[in-house]
Design a protein around this ligand. Structure first.
Ligand code: BES
Ligand code: MN
Ligand code: ZN
Length: 493
């Protein structure tokens, strides 16, 4: 993805720019403090407003080519409605629409006036950062060769300045986030015959080579020998070799790292507890947690914050077959705790528990955060707009939630407690891998909690947020923004 050159110093003149984008409110007023051609621009807008050709309605965007009396090739007008009542959602939606139009044009050097407006409770710094993120992220196109032939017009947009002063650090943060999201989206969009555990391992290795991370990959035989009986029970049904992918980013000296653990099921058929056929194709995004962790590492490589972070990614397919695990099988996890597999479709927790144990044994982390498309129940509980978050350390949960609020990549906390833990009782092992239909997201987290007793831990259930269904079907790149923001805040300045 080609990088936009962002400038943090405000510009009020149109010299050096071929395009200008400005905000207009519902009264047809240009929102701009000291743009040089302000009066001419306002005249144009007033005419369009009177004729009804541009009402300033929230989210509308109109491009004027060679605007009269304004010294640019293109002028983009973006309607933001009643700007006193502007919501985050409306503002960000308008930016997405505007970015699409700018990138589809011949625009090369853009002066951006949209950060002069901020939604309720936000400021122009926030707006500039969101503009940087959304314009950069809008370059993303799914171009994997398996897609076949299609026209791939790369946008010409090369540089962007704002009409307000912006913070260079926030602009870099936004850009790194967009690059991370691109990787996350690409991996989750890729067909499951291409995006295999080996492919994820290779991607991690390439990231390590590019950015100087340490990486190591554990293979099936090794993991069997080490005693990862739970992860291996999921992997045994698949002919495709499983991998445990480990990466270390060292930017914070010798302090204990934060461990990120991502569910990397590259295809979830359900196993012997086979899923119904409808929309089963979407289960290629069951590696959305892994893709998020890799995207976050890409952002870390770009930003180089002063912090230590390790990634541990268990990756496998979940397949039925002659070698597959059966309901009723009892396995011994790396922690020594035994598990009765009552449903082979609850495979995410089976691979995560061994990864969580391995991460703690190997890296002695100060905090552990896992990300997983773990339960359909999370989509039923929360829908597709917020990720679920649960954990054993309220400070950690609050910090991640705050990072999600700041980036509008929101999370909502669900409770944990002994009452739900009791649902995991088994007559034949230390625990069952399912807890019944009631509170499915909570019992899944309760299962993981049994493997993270000694460390501050948070679990993100991203089943509803990592993927967008319907007409614009595809990976969302979430929760990369929240996680990059969180890690950046944890870093020493
Ligand atoms: N990968 C699924 C969860 C999922 C469902 C993610 C829909 C995204 C969209 C997970 O492995 C799974 O199958 N979970 C089961 C758990 C159940 C058997 C306890 C579920 O949610 O039905
Ligand atoms: Mn499953
Ligand atoms: Zn799954």
């Amino acid at each position: 993805m080609q990088k936009i050159q962002f400038s943090a110093t405000a510009s009020s003149t149109l010299d050096h720019f071929d395009s200008l984008i400005v905000a207009v409110n519902a009264d047809g007023n240009l929102i701009s403090n000291d743009l040089t051609d302000k009066i001419q621009i306002q005249n144009l807008i007033s005419q369009l407003h009177q004729s009804g050709d541009f009402t300033g309605k929230t989210g509308s965007c109109l491009m004027l080519s060679m605007p009269n009396g304004v010294d640019v090739q293109r002028l983009f007008l973006v309607g933001l409605g009643d700007t006193d009542k502007l919501s985050d959602k409306a503002y960000l939606g308008a930016l997405q629409n505007a970015a699409k139009q700018v990138l589809a044009s011949g625009s090369n050097q853009l002066l951006n006036g949209l950060a002069e407006v901020a939604p309720k409770g936000r400021n122009s710094d926030w707006s500039a950062r969101q503009n940087a993120l959304i314009f950069q992220k809008s370059f993303y196109q799914y171009t994997h060769p398996s897609r076949g032939t299609f026209s791939n017009d790369t946008p010409k947009l090369n540089a962007m300045s704002f009409t307000v002063n912006a913070d260079q650090k926030s602009l870099s943060l936004a850009q790194a986030t967009a690059l991370g999201m691109e990787l996350t989206q690409d991996l989750a969009n890729m067909p499951p015959n291409y995006c295999t555990p080996s492919y994820l391992a290779q991607t991690a290795q390439e990231l390590a080579n590019t950015y100087g991370f340490k990486a190591h990959i554990l293979e099936r035989e090794q993991m069997q020998e080490m005693g990862m009986g739970s992860f291996m029970a999921v992997a045994q049904g698949s002919a495709t070799p499983p991998k445990m992918i480990c990466i270390e980013y060292n930017g914070g000296g010798d302090e204990a790292p934060i461990a990120l653990v991502g569910k990397g099921v590259t295809f979830d058929t359900g196993g012997i507890s086979l899923k119904p056929g409808e929309s089963m194709d979407e289960m290629k995004y069951d590696m959305g947690g892994a893709a998020t962790v890799l995207g976050v590492f890409k952002a870390l490589g770009e930003l180089k914050p002063k912090i230590n972070v390790v990634a541990v990614i268990p990756s496998t397919e979940n397949m039925p077959g002659g070698k597959a695990a059966k309901p009723g099988d009892v396995v011994t996890s790396l922690s020594g705790q035994t598990i009765e597999i009552l449903n082979t479709d609850a495979e995410g927790r089976l691979i995560l528990c061994d990864a969580l144990t391995y991460a703690q044994q190997t890296y002695k982390p100060c905090k552990v955060i896992d990300m997983a498309t773990l339960t359909g129940a999370c989509i039923i509980a929360l829908g597709n707009h917020v990720s679920g978050i649960l954990g054993n350390d309220q400070t950690l949960v609050d910090q991640i939630r705050a990072a999600g609020d700041e980036t509008y990549d929101r999370l909502w906390q669900l409770p944990l407690g002994e009452e739900w833990d009791e649902q995991l009782k088994s007559n034949f092992a230390d625990m069952a891998n399912i807890g019944g239909r009631a509170g499915g997201t909570i019992t899944a987290a309760q299962f993981l909690a049994r493997f993270t007793k000694e460390v501050p831990w948070a679990h993100l259930d991203i089943a509803g947020t990592a993927w967008v269904s319907g007409k614009d079907k595809g990976a969302s790149g979430r929760p990369v923004p929240a996680m990059v923001e969180f890690l950046n805040q944890q870093a020493k300045s």
